[in-house]
Design a protein around this ligand. Structure first.
Ligand code: KG4
Ligand code: ZN
Length: 352
């Protein structure tokens, strides 16, 4: 089957065509992502109103390009999928309405995809990873450790109680005047810095749950920066290195706990899978390898373009759901908040 997937939850306008073969393998036929980063850069973060407007302006073109690159027609599709949440309401409305219109006009099944589920299932598109596996999702909007037992069957093992990890990188970059998005810039500075120079906390480490908290770390960094202001180039590098080291120490502690919880409640994972922009960070990637090794499993890291927001992951999640007969009505609402444990599991009717 061939599915069109549409992604508009945040600041990427994306559409893709993905084929799922009868033996469950995936093939990306096209994957078009238009980033709005430059439109939000001067504000140091995503501005919802600007994002919604940019989606309206770009989406038709992005979909047309995805169809043309795949050399496919709407009529030949087996289904149309769009991310229905979680995300910014303006963008969700744009993506959902467009997907529903295409599905209605061409009389195709419509699938309202949970964006987090799409991140969670990407490893099956890229690597055919069998269930159950442990997912570490770390982006600008989300930080979660999940047990992925099957399509629609997720166990939330840990989540952030305040900021997402990518958000903490972005706020650190903003504080130090580095620009947006902050992750890659902080990582680059950190390479030249001393990770031991500033004493920063390692929030939540040692706790029995696998939750994260990043906002205190960000505040501690601001206090350290104020102590040595005005900042020299070396101060900035040392602050970045100390911040990144604190995040790395937190990630390793929280992931070890998450993997232990996985083992106790689900069993042995087939893999530790990472997703989200933060997984591009080499220092974090290194500890993911280490934790996977410690727990006798492998790290599956989809290529960066499929770890960050894209349409192919929405199309693939749509294909996995359609295969199980899980389609949605054209009445499906956008859902700005949509935790994964409220996603319809296979064999059950949606009750919320
Ligand atoms: O998954 P993503 O592209 O978009 C969403 O947030 O949905 O993730 C973007 C986030 C940003 O916060 C960015 O600063 C962070 O991922 N990021 C990084 C790195 N590259 C991107 N964080 C740390 N180190 C990096 N190299
Ligand atoms: Zn995402």
């Amino acid at each position: 089957m061939v599915i069109l997937g549409i992604e508009t939850t945040c600041d990427e306008t994306a559409a893709a065509l993905v084929e799922r073969t009868d033996n469950g393998k995936g093939r990306i036929m096209s994957n078009v992502v238009l980033s709005q980063v430059s439109e939000h850069a001067e504000f140091g973060g995503v501005v919802p109103e600007i994002a919604a407007r940019a989606h309206v302006e770009a989406l038709d073109y992005v979909i047309a390009t995805a169809m043309a690159e795949a050399e496919f027609t709407f009529n030949a599709l087996d289904g149309v999928a769009a991310a229905a949440g979680p995300g910014l309401i303006g963008g969700l409305i744009v993506g959902l309405t467009t997907a529903k219109a295409i599905a209605m006009v061409h009389d195709k099944p419509f699938i309202a995809v949970n964006h987090l589920e799409a991140h969670a299932l990407t490893a099956r598109l890229t690597d055919g990873t069998p269930f159950p596996y442990c997912l570490f999702l770390a982006s600008g909007g989300h930080t979660q450790i999940l047990g992925v037992r099957g399509v629609g069957d997720y166990l939330l093992l840990g989540t952030t109680v305040d900021d997402a990890i990518g958000e903490a990188f972005d706020k650190t970059a903003k504080l130090l005047g580095l620009g947006y998005p902050g992750g890659p810039l902080v990582e680059k500075e950190a390479l030249r810095g001393d990770p031991q120079r500033f004493p920063l906390p390692r929030p939540m480490t040692g706790r029995h749950d696998a939750d994260f908290s990043l906002s205190g770390l960000k505040t501690a960094l601001r206090i350290e920066a104020e102590k040595v202001a005005p900042l020299s180039d070396q101060d900035v590098s040392d602050l970045c290195a100390s911040f990144q080291q604190a995040v790395v120490d937190v990630v390793i502690d929280r992931l070890r706990t998450g993997m232990r919880m996985f083992r106790e409640s689900i069993g042995a994972p087939t893999a530790l899978v990472c997703a989200g922009g933060v997984a591009a960070n080499q220092a974090i990637r290194k500890v993911l390898h280490r934790v996977a090794f410690e727990f006798g499993t492998q790290l599956v890291a989809p290529p960066p373009a499929l770890c960050t927001d894209n349409g192919a992951m929405i199309a693939w999640a749509g294909a996995e759901r359609l295969e199980l007969g899980l389609t949605d009505s054209l009445e499906a609402d956008p859902r700005p908040r949509w935790p994964l444990d409220r996603v319809t599991p296979f064999g059950k009717k949606l009750t919320v």
